[in-house]
Design a protein around this ligand. Structure first.
Ligand code: ZN
Length: 87
């Protein structure tokens, strides 16, 4: 019976330098923002698109299903202002 050949280990994958970018920067195409619903007080979230400089959205609250007006502005890919009120 022949001894099995030792399996050579594959070389470790090289990490691109980009992987080491600063953490905590929301560079995703869109990101989730949490807020308290002004109508029912529940903590709900909305997906924002940081590529749009300034936007007003009408979103229904996930909990009380009432329409909310969400206004936000983006600076350098981050939310600079964020406001929610009953629509
Ligand atoms: Zn609500």
């Amino acid at each position: 019976m022949e001894a099995p050949l030792p399996t050579p280990l594959p070389p470790p994958p090289a990490l691109p330098a980009d992987e080491l970018a600063e953490e905590g920067e929301p560079l995703a195409e869109e990101f989730e923002r949490f807020f308290l619903c002004p109508l029912c007080g529940a903590r709900v979230s909305v997906l924002l698109d940081p590529s749009v400089e300034s936007q007003t959205l009408i979103e229904d609250c996930e909990v009380c299903c009432q329409p909310l007006e969400i206004r936000y502005t983006v600076e350098e890919g981050k939310i600079a202002e964020f406001e929610v009120q009953a629509a």
